[in-house]
Structures are given as C-alpha cells and as structure tokens.
Design a protein around this ligand. Structure first.
Ligand code: PLP
Length: 479
C-alpha cells in the first residue's frame, strides 16, 4: 500500500477524515472534545488541536462557539474546481501515443482498481440482453452477414439512430446517418472529410486523448482553446484563433467534456455556431456523453441549431450500452457524401449482425428506462468519488464538479508528476489516467482523471486513500 502521512496530528486527521468519508461520523455530528480525545489516545491536547485545525482547513469540520467541533453539513462544497490553464497559442504537432498504452493495458486486469479508463462497469449495462438479441438475429436473419451491406449502415438501425437524434433535438432522417465503428471512427471520418495533412484544427484544452491521437495520426496541427470547467469552450480564445490561423475545423465535446466535465450552455452553443459560420469553419461535435446528464433536461447538441449542415455530429453507444460492439454514428451534414465514400474506403461498412442486434434492441424499447437508471447511478458514483477525493487529498487539490458523464478532473499540487503517479498507482494495482494525456503539451502534468464508472466499493475507497498518500508524499512516487 502507499505511504502514510508523517506527523502524529496528520495521522489523527486522516483517521477522522476516513471516518467522515465512510459515514461513521455523519454531517452535523459532534467530534470528541480535545480533552477527551487526548486522554483516550494518549496524545497531547496540542496534537488533537492541530488535527482538528487541519480538518477544519480542509472544510470537513467546523467549530461552534462553546460547544466544540462538528462535521460540516455540506462537505461537497468544500473543494474548488480546477483552474483554466492558459495554453500555447501556436499550432503544434502533438504526441501522446505511448502514454495511452499503460491505461488500456490495465483495463483487462481485474486485479487493478479501475478508476483510470472512462468505462462504465458492465454490470450497469444491459449487455446480456443485447447479446441475446445478437444470437436471435443471427438465427432469424439467415444469410445475414453473407454479403456486403451498404457503407452507410444497416437501414433499420439508421432509422433508430435518426429517431434518437430527433429526440435529442436534431432534425434527421435515416439518410443523414452513417454507422461507424465507434465514435472514434466517426471523428476520424469527420476530420478526414474536412482536412488534409498539415492543416490546422482547433481542439479544446483539455480534451479527450483520442482526439489528440487522431490529430497526430492524420498529420494535422492543433491550436488548443481553453475549456473552462463549468462553462466550456472559451469563445473569445476561439475567435482569436480564427482570426490568426486558417483553421479547417473545430473539434469539441460540448456536453460533459472528457476530462473536464464542462458543459457549454445553450447560448454558448448558438454563439459558437455563429462564430464558426463567420469563418466558414465546420464544427466536429462529439456528443458521446450527452445522454448522461445527471439532472435537468438533456443538453441540446450544437447540431440542433445547425441549419446549414456545418456540424458533423459524432456519437456512439460506448458509454451507455456496449463499448465492445464498436458501434457509433455520424450525421455529417453537407459532408455526408464524402463521409460515405471515406467509410467505404476505410472498412466497407460496420459488421451487419452487430448493427442488426442493436437495431432490435433500440426498437424493442427499454433504452430510455435503462438510461434513466444509469444516469442516477453515475450521478451518485461521481458524487461519492468526488467527496472521497475532497476528504482525502491534500490541500491544494481541486476537483471538477460535472453535471453529467462520469469522470472527474483533478488538479493536484504542482509538485505532482501524473506520469509518476500513474506508475506508482499501478504498482499498487490502481489505474488512473495521467493529465498529460489530455493536453497537446505538458500543461496538465499535475492533473489526473479519475473515473466513477464502477459502483462504489471498499476497494475504491482504499484506492482513493492510497492515491492520496502517494500524492501527499512526493518520494512515494519514485517507484
Ligand atoms: C469524448 C470521447 N470521444 C470519443 C471516444 C471514443 O468512443 P468510442 O469508444 O465510441 O470510439 C471517447 C472514449 O472514451 C470519448 O471520451
């Protein structure tokens, strides 16, 4: 296990922080008096006073006049959200390939606590029902898979996907949709449809590392636009970049950005589209997390406001249903025909039996009910993880407060190198996603992304405590 905090008062503070996190000490409950605790534990009153001061500093407990210390009632408000980082304005070639390897290696290992990869636990997904439908369609549709199909995808599935788009607010028909191998292929086809090698595109900072990898693999250059934790893409910075560079596309995850969790408000979505229209630049919109809002209505995609076919809308079922099925889709607007051509050239089409099974699943109903349950579970898990980080991690830590999705973006004290943290955490059988993966340069070296996709357990709780110890004691990172 990880290193333990040094001073006696720190250990005492940790012990009480753990008790608060587990709910053994509940909000509003009184802590033992200084005198009582000092005699019970055989430590000096000064040590107890110091421990309580540390807990108060972390926002966990509060003093009340002449009556002692109490657990604060609203723990979750006691930690700040990460700051926006100014990122370089110059277009850059980016390289993140090697750092991603370790993250994916850990997914397949059940002995590793899975708070690294942005995956929803299979036990929260109706995967068995989907698998049963796969065998049923394979039996019933005889020669299904015996010939090539349309590059656009299986028509009944495209109808279902278009219907989901319509429910999200986008005016679509089956003819506007191309089925892809996951959102990643949708993004790749979108980028290839609107750029050539050497072109410059705007990407958010921080952003999903798959987008950075695509930029790298396609020989593009990226201008990074700061993405505010709460309000999303910085439109003034984007306007400046449009003025300065011949941008060929803007790639954004407006709803619950991975990793920051940011959600661009509706007026920002309209302004974004107006801004890009002025420069005739297409928007590649990644809406992978749009269905996973924790409260309120689903955010309407930017594509819902697009009357000129300027938005290439990309999404998939990977975060809500079945990442292993590798099914996503793209509504490419005015670039639709080019995307069909690129899809055919890339891999002919997505596997038909899988498309047919998904089509049956969506047609059979129950998906919305599943999403409602999933959203509630994820909202609870995110809050649980967030509270644990707030309680355990050292002063100077900041945590995002997303209103959707299931990842947390954690800014650690500046001395922490997240690649070292990833290595030390793996040595403790814990996977985390180091911040460097999510930036085109080194700007997020002391950040880490944690995933709340799995149900909370004692194992997760212990893992968070170990990570906190590793972060607190810099030498513990040198494994
Ligand atoms: C923002 C974002 N886009 C795309 C992807 C890739 O999705 P898929 O697995 O459907 O290819 C991910 C996966 O984590 C993601 O977070």
């Amino acid at each position: 296990m990880g290193a333990v905090a040094g001073h006696l008062y720190e250990r005492l503070a940790e012990e009480f922080a753990g008790a608060i996190e587990r709910g053994a000490l509940r909000p509003g409950e009184r802590l033992p008096s200084v005198r009582a605790l000092s005699s019970k534990r055989g430590v000096s009153p000064a040590t107890v006073v110091q421990a309580y001061a540390a807990l108060e500093h972390r926002g966990l407990i509060e003093p009340r006049a002449r009556s002692g210390y109490y657990v604060r009632r609203r723990l979750q408000v006691s930690i700040a959200v990460p700051e926006v980082r100014e990122t370089a304005r110059k277009p850059r070639r980016v390289s993140v390939a090697s750092a991603i390897h370790d993250l994916f290696d850990a997914i397949a290992d059940p002995s590793v606590v899975p708070i690294g990869a942005a995956c929803v636990s299979p036990e929260l997904l109706p995967i068995e029902r989907l698998n049963r439908l796969l065998s049923a369609v394979s039996r019933e549709l005889g020669s299904l898979g015996g010939t090539y199909g349309a590059a656009e995808g299986w028509l009944p599935l495209r109808r279902q996907l278009a219907r989901r788009g319509v429910e999200a607010g986008i005016a679509l028909s089956a003819n506007d949709v191309v089925v892809t191998n996951g959102a990643l292929q949708a993004l790749e086809l979108a980028l290839r449809a609107v750029t050539r090698p050497g072109d410059i595109v705007a990407v958010e900072s921080p952003t999903y590392f798959g987008i950075l990898q695509l930029v790298e693999n396609l020989g593009l250059r990226a201008v990074t636009i700061p993405c505010h934790g709460e309000s999303g893409l910085d439109l003034a910075a984007l306007a400046a970049a449009l003025e300065r560079h011949p941008l060929r596309a803007c790639v954004a995850v407006p709803s619950f950005n991975n990793p920051s969790g940011a959600c661009l408000p509706e007026e920002g979505r309209i302004a974004l589209l107006q801004l890009l229209s002025r420069y005739d630049v297409p928007l590649i919109e990644d809406d992978l997390y749009g269905d996973l809002h924790h409260r309120g209505p689903r955010p309407r995609p930017v594509k819902a406001f697009d009357s000129h076919g300027r938005v290439l809308y990309c999404t998939s079922i990977s975060k809500t249903l079945a990442p292993g099925y590798r099914i996503g889709w793209i509504a490419g607007g005015r670039y639709h025909d080019r995307i069909v051509q690129l899809k055919r050239g890339a891999d002919m089409h997505t596997a038909i039996p899988l498309q047919a099974a998904l089509s049956e699943f969506l047609a059979g109903g129950g998906y919305e009910r599943h999403l409602r349950v999933l959203r509630a579970r994820l909202a609870t898990q995110v809050e649980r993880l967030r509270t644990a980080v707030a309680l355990r991690f050292p002063a100077g830590t900041r945590v995002s407060n997303p209103s959707g999705g299931f990842v947390l973006w954690v800014e650690l004290p500046e001395h922490v190198d997240s690649l070292e943290l990833q290595r030390a955490a793996l040595a403790n059988r814990i996977s985390v996603a180091p911040g460097v993966l999510f930036g085109a340069g080194d700007e997020f070296r002391h950040y880490v992304r944690l995933s709340a996709g799995h149900p909370w357990s004692e194992r997760t709780e212990r893992a968070v405590a170990t990570l906190a110890d590793l972060v607190r004691v810099p030498t513990a990172l040198a494994v």
